[in-house]
Every structure is written in C-alpha cells, then in structure tokens.
Design a protein around this ligand. Structure first.
Ligand code: ARG
Length: 401
C-alpha cells in the first residue's frame, strides 16, 4: 500500500511516539500528528514539542472539550446511556470526534491516510476505523500496532532507543489508561485476573468511599432541555460544570465501576472506570426524568438507551439510527428542565429533591390526605377491565383442572 501523507492521532505516549517513526520507515510517508484535548488533564504544548521532536512534519493540538461535551456526551446524558448498565462510555464517545477531526485535517493537508495507536483486539480500533469509513470511505486507516512485530512494551522501548525517541524513564503503570472529562478507563496489568481486587493505586480520579468525607455534601444542579446549565445556583458553561462536578463528586468517591465487560470483538475484558461527574449528573438527570416523563416515555427511553449505548460502544456513532435517536431524545428532552438537589456521600450520588416547570407529578392526585381528588371508586372498574383477560384465563384453567 502506498501512503504519502498521514494524520496520526497522537497522545504523546510511548506507542504513538514509536508509531511516528515506524510510519515514516515502513511507508516512507510524512506524518502529521493530531492531539485533541478532551479533558485528559495533560498539557498540550509539551506533547506538540515532542511530536515534532520525534519527527512529525507538523503537529496539531486543539481543545475539543466543549464540542465533545455538547455534541457527543450530551447525547448519552439525554438517554442516560450506560453500556451493559455500568459504563458511561467516556472513551467510546471520544473516538468518533477525534476521527472526525483527523479526517478534516487529512482533507486540508491533502493526506491520503489517517492512523491511530489502537490494538487489534480492542473496541477503540473499531470506533476509529468505522467512523473513518463512514466519513471518508476513500481515506486509508493505518493501525501500526495491528501490523508491527513489536510484541511488548520492552520491544517498543528497544525500538525507541534505537531511533533516539525519548521514552519516559519512570516505570510506567502496567495499565492501559484512557482519560477524558467524562471519565477514565483502566484495563490490563493485574486487572486481567478477574479475581484480583483493584488496588487503591489504580484509582486516580476519585477518593475511595472509605476515605471520603464523613459528612454528606449537597449540590443543586439545574437542567435545561436535558442539559446541565448551573451548579449550586451558578450558571456555568458545560466544560466548567462537568469539571466542577468531577471534583466534587470525586471527593465523595462517586463513580467507581469494576466490571467484566463484553467487548465488540467477542472477548471479555476486566475494566475499572471512574466517572464521578458523569455518575453524579446521570443521577441528577434521573431525578428530572422521573418528574417530567410519563410512564410510556420513561419506559421507552429506558429501552432505547440500551440501543443507544450499544451504537456508541460498537463504533456506530455516525450511523443514521444514532442520529435519528438523537433527534428523538432532543424532542423528548424539551421538558427535561428543572432543578435537582443531589446528596453526595461515601460513593453515592442520590437525587433527594427535584422540581420542574414541566412536572407532571400531581399532588392532588397522589395524596392520601383529605385534599385527594382521585376518585377511589373508579379503581374498581379499572381493576375489573384491566384484570379481565386474567379472569378469563383463570376460569379456563379452572375448567381444565
Ligand atoms: N472498554 C472501554 C471501551 O471500550 C475502555 C477502553 C479503554 N481504552 C484504553 N485505551 N485504555 O470503551
């Protein structure tokens, strides 16, 4: 395959640094690096310098946090989407956005390929490859880690030394970590034994519930059309708000997940997730949903959210079904406006109070006090008709005994 110019998704770590050199050697192509700030809490300037130092002809860095939260994460929040009921999809939501920018830059730079550092047995490769296929079927996608002969981190360090690529001297954690503002994913190393209990050093985003404050903390969150817009009465843009929620909920040990998960490629994988802000906001959002959506809507959103999470997880972000589902969720979330008081305590985030101008909770109908307007005797006819098929079945069963 001939490649003239490639745009590489570059993290500044060992893998992608080695990839810069490897691409030049194996394809004889120019390498442009692209690094997105999705809120991974890393400085971008040193990464840019490093990219140029390892041989990139040009290095892009840009802050995508706002677009990430508004256009990707909010879709998941509107649906309360969790893959296999536990994973808030932080890594999965980031990949299509990075791919979109890789493609846009490839167009501007007249590059004929993009590249990423994902392995051949993970989900991330699928998200890069499939997003690229959808957006630019003519552009090649290179994934050196799927191709090269370097079998281990030591092989890579060897390769890096040979070509004078700077490698971190400190012994890296044995884990594979991906972090952004919506959450952090950890896999590999000792976690590969599902009977190994994750040790405290694995967690970096949250305090353990044991060490969290002994007093609960209350925060109020305001939502407008499904989007959080204010924290403790203070209007904030989405980046500030999610960052603040991460800090506050993280301090209380909210958002730790330890799970054996089904990867798309068919293998099971042990994962640790930390998503304090995400879980706090999901809990708060649930408080609004319960108030403003009737039973049919609420139950349908619960069902659809499973599908939505699968589409995101499976790399189908640019699928027309995902796009259509977002149109639906925007429509349904028009009433998801209101205020929630959240109680954070020792790993839990619970909505303890909620109000909304669109609330369909009707106190006169719900109450057991004398202001009750519900016509109790209508309950009898309701039960009779609702139970009619059951009654008929009961009769037939009785006859055949
Ligand atoms: N299993 C998660 C997912 O598929 C996390 C992936 C984490 N990626 C990583 N490079 N550590 O989204």
């Amino acid at each position: 395959m001939s490649v003239k110019k490639v745009v590489l998704a570059y993290s500044g770590g060992l893998d992608t640094s080695v990839i810069v050199k490897w691409l030049q050697d194996n394809y004889g192509c120019e390498v442009i690096t692209y690094t997105a700030d999705l809120g991974q809490n890393e400085e971008l300037e040193p990464i840019k310098k490093k990219a140029l130092k390892v041989g990139a002809v040009k290095a892009y860095v840009e802050d995508l946090r706002e677009e990430f939260l508004n256009e990707y994460v909010m879709g998941a929040l509107r649906f309360s989407a969790l893959y296999e009921n536990q994973y808030p999809l932080a890594t999965a939501l980031g990949r299509p956005l990075i791919t979109k920018r890789l493609i846009e830059i490839a167009r501007e730079e007249n590059a004929d390929a993009i590249a990423h550092g994902s392995t051949g047995k993970g989900n991330d490769q699928v998200r890069f490859d499939v997003s690229a296929a959808a957006l630019a079927p003519d552009i090649k996608v290179l994934a050196p880690v799927r191709e090269w002969e370097l079998k281990s981190r030591d092989d890579e360090i060897e390769y890096a030394k040979k070509y004078n690529i700077d490698v971190p001297i400190t012994k890296a954690k044995p884990y594979s970590i991906d972090r952004n503002i919506w959450g952090l994913s950890v896999e590999a190393g000792p976690l590969e034994d599902p009977y190994f209990e994750a040790t405290e050093d694995i967690y970096s985003f949250t305090t353990s519930p044991e060490n969290a404050p002994n007093e609960p903390e209350y925060v109020t969150i305001n939502f407008e059309s499904g989007k959080p817009v204010a924290l403790n009465g203070k209007a904030m843009n989405i980046v500030e708000l999610v960052a603040a929620m991460n800090t506050i909920a993280g301090k209380h040990g909210v958002g730790r997940v330890d799970v054996v998960e089904n990867r798309l490629v068919g293998i099971k994988s042990r994962e640790i997730y930390e998503a304090p802000g995400a879980f706090a906001l999901l809990a708060a959002k649930k408080g609004i949903n319960e108030l403003v959506w009737d039973r049919e809507t609420l139950h349908m959103v619960e069902t659809l959210s499973i599908k939505y999470a699968e589409l995101v997880y499976y790399g189908y972000w640019f699928h027309p079904l995902r796009e259509a589902m977002d149109e639906l969720s925007k429509k349904l979330n028009e009433t998801a406006t209101g205020e929630v008081k959240l109680k954070l305590y020792k790993g839990n985030a619970v909505a303890v109070a909620r109000k909304s101008p669109y609330s369909i909770y009707n106190k006169e109908l719900a109450t057991y006090d004398p202001t009750d307007t519900f016509v109790h005797k209508e309950g009898e006819a309701f039960c009779h008709i609702w139970g009619l098929p059951m009654k008929v079945m009961g009769m037939v069963k009785g006859q055949n005994r």
